[in-house]
Design a protein around this ligand. Structure first.
Ligand SMILES: Cc1cc2nc3c(=O)[nH]c(=O)nc-3n(C[C@H](O)[C@H](O)[C@H](O)COP(=O)(O)OP(=O)(O)OC[C@H]3O[C@@H](n4cnc5c(N)ncnc54)[C@H](O)[C@@H]3O)c2cc1C
Length: 269
C-alpha cells in the first residue's frame, strides 16, 4: 500500500528501505548530516582530509580519522573510556582529548560548520563532526509480517535478519542493502540487491514450474476431444447431437428415429 493508498500487487517483495539514524538533538545537526556531520563508518572520509575534525566516540574512531588530519579532537562522553595506553598513543599522535556532550554547533559567516561547543562551553574547532548515532532499519511498514529484526553484532544498531540471498525467512519477502546490513557501503548494498534479485527470479521460476507440474494434464486424460472420439466410435451412425439433427436437412429439431434402440456399440477394428 502506498502513502496515497494505492494498492500494488506483487508476487515477491524486495525491501530496500535503508536506515534511519537517531541523531542527537542538537540544533542544525540534522541539516548537516551526510555533509559536515558524518558517520564514522561511512566512506566519504577522504573529502575531510586535512580539515579540523572532531570525533565523538572512541579510540579506534580517533585512529581512523587521524589518518586524514593532524587537527583532530576526540570527544569522550560519559560511557566512553580510554586505557592509559590508548590515551598515551593518541596524545603522542597530537590528538586533543576532551570529555563532555555536544551542546551546539558553530557556523561561520559562509554558513559552513566551524566547530562545536560542549555543554561545559568548551569550544572545539571542527569543519567536520563525526558521530556514531544508533541506526535502525526502516521497516515499520513490515509490522505484522513476522520479519526478524536483530541487533548488529558490533554496532548499537538494528537490521533485518536475512540469509546470504537476502531472504528474510518470511515467504516472498527479501531484504537488501543497508536495511539488512547497517555497515554496507553503496557497492555492498548494490551487490546485495543483485544477489536478492537473482534469488527472487529463481524462486519465481521454481514456483511457476511447480504450478505447471501440478496442473491437470492436457493430454492422456479425459477431454472434450476424447469424449467426441469415444462417442463416434461407440455410436457410429447413431451418433446424435445438434449437428446430426440439422444434417437431416428438414430443419426440424426432432430426435432421430433410431435413437435409444439399445443396440450394442460396434467399435471399429
Ligand atoms: C551520512 C552517510 C554517508 C555515506 N557515505 C557513503 C560513501 O561515501 N560511500 C558509500 O559507498 N556509502 C556511503 N554511505 C552508505 C550508503 O549511503 C548506503 O550503503 C546506501 O545508500 C545503501 O543503499 P540502500 O538502497 O540500501 O538504502 P538507501 O540509499 O538509504 O535507500 C533507501 C530508500 O528507501 C526509501 N524509503 C524508506 N522507507 C520507505 C517507505 N516506507 N516507502 C518508500 N520508500 C522508502 C528512502 O527514502 C530511500 O530513498 C553513507 C551513508 C550515510 C548515512
Amino acid at each position: 500500500m502506498t502513502e496515497d493508498w494505492q494498492r500494488i500487487q506483487s508476487r515477491r517483495v524486495l525491501v530496500a528501505a535503508g536506515l534511519a539514524a537517531e541523531l542527537p538533538d542538537v540544533p542544525g545537526l540534522k541539516e548537516r548530516w551526510g555533509h559536515e556531520v558524518l558517520h564514522w563508518r561511512h566512506t566519504h572520509r577522504w573529502e575531510a582530509r586535512d580539515l579540523a575534525i572532531a570525533v565523538v566516540g572512541s579510540f579506534r574512531q580517533a585512529l581512523l580519522f587521524r589518518q586524514l588530519t593532524e587537527k583532530l579532537t576526540l570527544i569522550l562522553r560519559g560511557a566512553d573510556d580510554l586505557s592509559m595506553g590508548q590515551r598515551a598513543q593518541l596524545t603522542g599522535l597530537g590528538v586533543r582529548i576532551l570529555e563532555g556532550e555536544i551542546g551546539g554547533l558553530e557556523i561561520d559567516s559562509h554558513g559552513q560548520l566551524a566547530g562545536a561547543h560542549l555543554t561545559s562551553n568548551t569550544q572545539v574547532p571542527a569543519q567536520r563532526l563525526v558521530i556514531s548515532p544508533r541506526v535502525m532499519a526502516c521497516v515499520d511498514f513490515l509490522n505484522g509480517l513476522g520479519v526478524s529484526i536483530r541487533p548488529h553484532p558490533t554496532e548499537a544498531s538494528e537490521q533485518v535478519a536475512v540469509d546470504s540471498s537476502g531472504f528474510t525467512g518470511v515467504s516472498g519477502v527479501w531484504a537488501a542493502g543497508s536495511v539488512s546490513d547497517v555497515l554496507a557501503s553503496a557497492p555492498v548494498a548494490a551487490a546485495a540487491g543483485s544477489a536478492a534479485a537473482t534469488a527472487i527470479n529463481l524462486d519465481l521460476l521454481v514456483c511457476d514450474h511447480t504450478s505447471i507440474a501440478a496442473a491437470p494434464p492436457t493430454t492422456g486424460g479425459f477431454s472434450g476431444a476424447m469424449e467426441a472420439e469415444v462417442t463416434r466410435r461407440v455410436l457410429g451412425p447413431r451418433i446424435h447431437g445438434l449437428e446430426t439433427i440439422l444434417s437431416r436437412g428438414n430443419g426440424s429439431p426432432t430426435l432421430p428415429a433410431d435413437l435409444h434402440k439399445g443396440d450394442q456399440p460396434e467399435l471399429p477394428g
